[in-house]
Design a binder for this molecule. Structure first.
Ligand code: ZN
Length: 294
């Protein structure tokens, strides 16, 4: 193991980190994101009571070098670690999770839906010798500031997505429910993709409404900086409702989803159009389920 007390300490590459809320570390890991995406980091949060073991949330380094920097950071903090917690199955949240679980001999906590999707994609062998803890709504997975931290099931962006929050609602760790602002060019867009395969616009609306009602003080998203209050969620919900009405109007005019994308996103970078098309399709699916397209 590396000796962090040596004179060479300053030369050990680590990942830049923030403390968005007292007692929570946010590692800005360069992550494994699909080409064409406009953000390049996924927040790896470390959460736990002061002298207790910490939960490692969504460690997702892009490659072997970033993995090593992440491991260096985990040693550098000098904590003990209880488990890896995966918010959802997307590649920018799970890359190297199995390897980290093996290297640190700790279990992976994940939802049933996300686990099944990963099994389908990578096979049973990829989880050999790893303890999997399937977690559900309401389960206590760690503590923070002396409080229980519980799991919330937040489908919409991804069917199996999980969130975390303490009883006080000081913070709500929301995964890809919404994106934070800042840090990189292009990351100001707060809209996330609701794919029609694993996402669901109706559930996304309900999840937004639920967290707005819970009214946490800070939102901790997987990409970008922490957000204050639920105002960004209210803004997102309002924006999506407006978009839905626009989609409905264009549908009644006989426009196809491709034509809708060109019309509604004409001022947006074309590289984002395939993602915008996904959201339009998700809106159409929701409208169809509600009998609005008859
Ligand atoms: Zn995602």
């Amino acid at each position: 193991m590396t000796d962090y007390n040596s004179d060479e300490q300053h030369q050990i590459p680590v990942i830049p980190a923030l403390e968005p809320v007292e007692g929570i570390d946010q590692l800005l890991t360069v992550s494994f994101i699909f080409p064409g995406e406009f953000v390049h980091r996924t927040n790896c949060f470390l959460i736990g009571d002061k002298w207790a073991k910490k939960l490692i949330i969504d460690p997702s380094p892009s490659d072997a070098d970033e993995y090593q920097r992440l491991v260096n950071s985990l040693y550098f903090f000098n904590y003990s670690y209880s488990d890896i917690f995966i918010t959802h199955h997307h590649p920018d949240h799970i890359n190297f999770a199995q390897r980290l679980a093996k290297d640190f001999s700790i279990p992976i906590m994940i939802s049933e839906d996300s686990f099944q999707r990963l099994l389908k994609k990578f096979g049973q062998d990829s989880f050999e010798n790893i303890t999997i803890k399937v977690v559900h709504e309401g389960e206590i997975v760690t503590h923070w500031n002396g409080q229980e931290v519980k799991v919330y099931e937040i489908p919409g962006h991804d069917e199996g997505q999980l969130a975390l929050a303490p009883e006080s609602m000081t913070w709500f760790l929301v995964g890809d429910l919404i994106q934070g602002e800042g840090l990189e060019a292009g990351s100001r867009a707060s809209t996330v993709v609701i794919g029609t395969e694993e996402g669901d616009m109706s559930k996304y609306f309900r999840t937004l409404e639920r967290i707005i009602r819970l009214n946490p003080k800070y939102l901790l998203p997987s990409h970008g900086l922490a957000l204050e209050s639920v105002a960004p969620l209210e803004k997102t919900l309002k924006h999506r409702k407006q978009r839905e009405q626009e989609v409905l109007k264009l549908f009644k005019e006989g426009k196809t989803p491709d034509q809708m994308t060109k019309e509604l996103y004409k001022l947006v970078n074309k590289a984002l159009w395939p993602l915008a098309l996904e959201n339009i399709k998700a809106h159409l699916k929701k409208l169809e389920q509600e009998g609005m397209l008859n």
